[in-house]
Design a protein around this ligand. Structure first.
Ligand code: NAD
Length: 478
């Protein structure tokens, strides 16, 4: 029997339990496996005070020392990979191997941002003798961060890495459905000696926590990953206080499959990637626009591979896709499939909840989906792909851009002129050609349009956690 960790808040360097708790459920069995604490207003006030104190210490810690400590914590997390992955599979359902890779990715985020900590360069502006103008990048201050349930380890890792590398303190609200990854992150930083108050962990009722933290003047940045609706709401709250935001929101990624591509390879690779994390990924390839000359073959190979996906409990060997995170996702999928069918789409494979305990849903392929179907505009956030024919690249680009989102987009082609047109025309923060990898620690990740604001990772990643201060200095009083 897997030993799921005890969960607690972490405030001012101390673990803290609460009177009220919420259940954590294994989505593969629907059994309760733990209880996550519900922070009170007093707990949140204590976290705000702690983050203020922690910032005073951490901002004056040298970037090199910050980087060393972040790397030490990442090394511990790598050592604890098996234990963390088992906890993630228990609370989220993803296959164990995918959970292990997620832990490694989280460590890579820490390691990348640790390297960037010593590279938040300012600049010297040319000036007259006796005068200097120096631009500094200083840590912005305490951050309120909200991470989602789809990547319980790597998503909180991204936010903690950015804040700590920049010299900020942070109050992290991890997802109540999947709190173990954040707990392990905090434990690793406790073990390597992070000063109290620099990293605080809270959980509870998300709307209560955001309504308490965001309007507080001590919070200088709001960092959120989740749905566009919630992101819009939090951005509105932050704007009342002129607090900047970093928003990683929804996507509805298009895939443009050109006629010159290797159809079979593109179809197999796409079907495997679509079902990763049961499609609960903001960059999941979802809207396939396939040139009509290769459409039938693509649909056939894609559907066959999707239907072959081994679905089951993520602890079982050979399983490729686990359950959805909760019954809300099942209801959303059932609604989108029924709506698409009534709009005239063909359900080529799947479309149903799997008849067993847990929130399992069949890998689903919809073909010839009319623009009027809700799924053409609504991110399914599940194991569902839309495969539609197009007559030209221009039509594909127009369809790709026909949603409010612009996070990830993909293309399959070997033609340089097609790539050039996609780079120019596709509205997305991340465009990947002949690969379905949208984001790495060293590449900047984020959206355009309603997919959010700001970038995480890459050389751009720490920009949002810092503020620019220009210092003009004249040796003589003028
Ligand atoms: P939701 O919109 O209820 O919640 C999304 C996330 O926001 C959750 O982590 C939740 O805890 C948090 N949240 C909700 N209300 C909040 C508030 N007032 N203050 C602070 N945090 C709040 O949706 P859901 O059913 O949990 O997830 C489904 C949708 O969320 C999907 O359709 C997808 O678009 C989106 N989502 C996106 C990502 C991503 O990586 N961009 C991750 C998870 C979920």
């Amino acid at each position: 029997m897997h030993d799921y960790p005890d969960l607690a808040l972490h405030i001012a360097g101390e673990w803290r339990t609460t009177a009220e708790t919420l259940p954590v459920v294994n989505p593969a069995t629907e059994a309760e496996i733990g209880r996550v604490p519900v922070a009170t207003a007093d707990d949140l006030d204590d976290a705000l005070a702690a983050a203020t104190d922690g910032f005073a210490v951490w901002r004056r810690t040298s970037p090199r020392d910050r980087a060393d400590l972040i790397r030490d914590a990442a090394a511990l997390l790598r050592d604890r990979r098996d234990e963390i992955a088992a906890d993630i599979t228990a609370e989220h359902g993803k296959p164990l191997r995918q959970a292990e890779l997620e832990v490694i990715r989280g460590c890579e985020f820490f390691e990348w941002d640790a390297g960037e900590a010593v590279r938040t360069y300012g600049r010297v502006i040319p000036s007259a003798p006796g005068v200097s103008y120096v631009v500094h990048h200083q840590p912005i201050g305490p951050v309120a961060a909200f991470s989602p349930w789809n990547f319980p380890m790597s998503q909180p890792a991204r936010k903690v890495a950015g804040a700590l590398a920049s010299g900020c303190s942070i109050i992290l609200k991890a997802a109540e459905e999947t709190p173990a990854g954040a707990r392990h992150i905090v434990q690793a930083f406790v073990d390597v000696g992070l000063p109290p108050g620099v990293l605080n962990l809270v959980s509870g009722v998300p709307s209560d926590i955001s309504a308490h933290l965001i309007p507080d003047d001590r919070i200088n940045l709001v960092a959120f990953t989740g749905s566009t609706n919630v992101g819009r709401h939090l951005t509105g709250m932050a704007s009342e206080h002129m607090t900047p935001v970093l928003m990683e929101l929804g996507g509805h990624a298009p895939v443009i499959v050109c006629e010159d591509t290797d159809v079979e390879a593109a179809a197999v690779s796409s079907a495997i990637r679509k079902m990763r994390n049961a499609g609960q990924v903001c960059t999941s390839p979802t809207r396939f626009f396939v040139h009509e000359s290769i459409y039938e073959r693509f649909l056939q190979v894609f559907t066959a591979r999707a239907a072959e996906t081994v679905v089951g409990d993520g602890t079982e060997p050979g399983v490729e896709m686990g359950p959805l995170a909760n019954d809300r996702r099942i209801a959303a999928m059932e609604h989108l499939v029924a709506d698409a069918r009534s709009a005239g789409a063909a359900v080529v494979t799947g479309g149903n909840r799997i008849d067993r305990p847990g929130y399992f849903f069949e890998p689903t392929v919809l073909a010839e989906v009319p623009d009027t179907a809700a799924v053409m505009q609504t991110e399914p956030f599940g194991p569902l792909a839309i495969v539609n024919p197009v007559a030209s690249l221009d039509e594909a680009i127009e369809k790709a851009n026909g949603v409010p989102y612009g996070l990830a987009a993909y293309g399959f082609t070997n033609r340089a002129d097609y790539v050039d047109r996609m780079v120019d025309g596709v509205e997305a923060g991340n465009l990947s050609i002949n690969t379905l990898e949208a984001s790495l620690p060293e590449t900047p990740f984020g959206g355009v349009k309603s997919s959010g604001y700001g970038r995480e990772g890459g050389a751009e990643g720490l920009a949002h956690y810092t503020v620019v201060k220009n210092v003009s200095h004249s040796i003589q009083i003028v």
